[in-house]
Design a protein around this ligand. Structure first.
Ligand code: SAM
Length: 357
């Protein structure tokens, strides 16, 4: 069979950063879906619909060196472009209304919310995802609410291989994890990168709620820092230990199983240049402890909290300022405040980076 190829404008990047670049290009809305992604042993060629602006190029260059080139690529065969296209052949309009358009992908596992109105169609939904996304082997459905302590949720197998352990790649790091036993959200990838890229060689960081270590591992991958990585969930620490072994790290990650409050009090008052507090439901209960961990000469706190409209950013800054003062420290400057992601209608996960003294 002769395969016809056409010369297309492409972004050429090393294979190892392919997923991060694909997500960025997708977000910019420039991926040319009429062509297959080109690949050889070293590079990927992402087809794009137009030249990138200077700003867009700068965004990509934060991840790796990129080149804009012309490359001969195969045209996509005619096939369903999304799992909804597959479902459209079988479901009626009313049923389709209830199907969630997006789902999380962790490694080769897809996790989707299936509203009760279409729960009888869950296996069909799972099969449609498998049919379109060849990189996915397992589809799980979210069941019930998130447990508040370890931030876990029950998951039900709806299609593909019956498993919950997978290997996820983020910013060139490898994370092995069991999605049913530990918290992980691929939606925090940008945030992990944003914080990690601020850390300098020689810093001491306390990651109070580390999970499987996406902040800690990425920091240690990039710079020669020491990161105390605390979590109360024994499975999180088990996978963190495994992930430390799997990634070639420049810095040192020290996994600690236990309650961040107690660990800081006993082992690390005044040690940290930087504290990461990613427990948005309850972090306000731990601000005093974060202040205790920060060096007497000062340091930075990355503080996360859920807050609702109007002015969610203002609300979170106010809470942080009040609690830092109560802890006998003060905020010298708010370095950054931003919405990390929507959490519920009119509710946001907010991050505040604060320099405290
Ligand atoms: C929202 S997850 C964040 C995980 C990770 N930082 C990330 O970005 O993926 C919060 C983590 O805090 C842990 N946790 C909850 N309460 C804790 C406590 N008192 N001390 C230490 N860890 C705790 C949970 O087990 C969970 O892994």
């Amino acid at each position: 069979m002769i395969i016809l190829k056409s010369s297309v404008l492409c972004v050429k990047v090393p294979r190892k950063v392919g997923e991060a670049i694909r997500k960025k290009l997708n977000g910019m809305g420039v991926l040319n879906r009429g062509f297959e992604i080109g690949k050889n042993d070293v590079y990927l060629y992402f087809p794009i619909t137009r030249d990138l602006s200077g700003y867009e190029l700068e965004e990509l260059k934060k991840i790796c060196k990129v080149e804009i080139v012309k490359q001969k690529l195969e045209r996509c065969k005619s096939r369903p472009r999304s799992f909804l296209d597959v479902l459209k052949r079988e479901l009626n309009e009313e049923e389709l209304e209830f199907i969630r358009r997006s789902f999380d992908i962790i490694g080769d596992i897809a996790i989707i919310e299936v509203p009760k109105e279409v729960s009888h169609l869950k296996h069909k939904i799972g099969e449609a995802i498998l049919q379109v996304h060849k990189n996915i082997r397992t589809v799980l459905a979210k069941v019930g609410k998130v447990d508040s302590e370890f931030r876990l949720r029950k998951l039900e197998h709806i299609a593909g291989e019956k498993k919950t352990e997978t290997i996820h790649r983020e910013h060139g790091c490898v994370f092995v994890l069991d999605v049913s036993k530990v918290y992980f959200s691929p939606r925090l990838a940008t945030e992990h990168w944003r914080v990690a890229s601020q850390v300098k060689d020689g810093e001491t960081v306390v990651d109070m709620f580390t999970g499987i270590g996406p902040f800690a591992i990425l920091i240690a991958k990039r710079v020669d820092a020491t990161i105390y990585a605390i979590d109360k969930n024994p499975y999180a620490i088990k996978y963190l230990e495994e992930n430390i072994k799997r990634n070639k790290l420049r810095g040192k990650v020290i996994p600690i199983l236990g309650d961040a409050k107690q660990i800081i009090k006993e082992k690390m008052p005044g040690k940290a240049d930087r504290v990461i507090m990613n427990l948005p439901e309850k972090a306000y209960n731990f601000i005093e402890d974060a202040c205790l961990a920060v060096k007497p000469e000062g340091g930075i706190i990355h503080y996360y909290q859920f807050a609702s409209d109007p002015d969610p950013e203002g609300k979170v800054v106010e809470i942080l300022e009040g609690k830092v003062l109560q802890a006998g420290r003060k905020i010298v400057s708010i370095l950054n405040v931003r919405k990390v992601r929507p959490y519920a209608p009119h509710e946001w996960q907010i991050v505040v980076d604060a320099l405290i003294h």
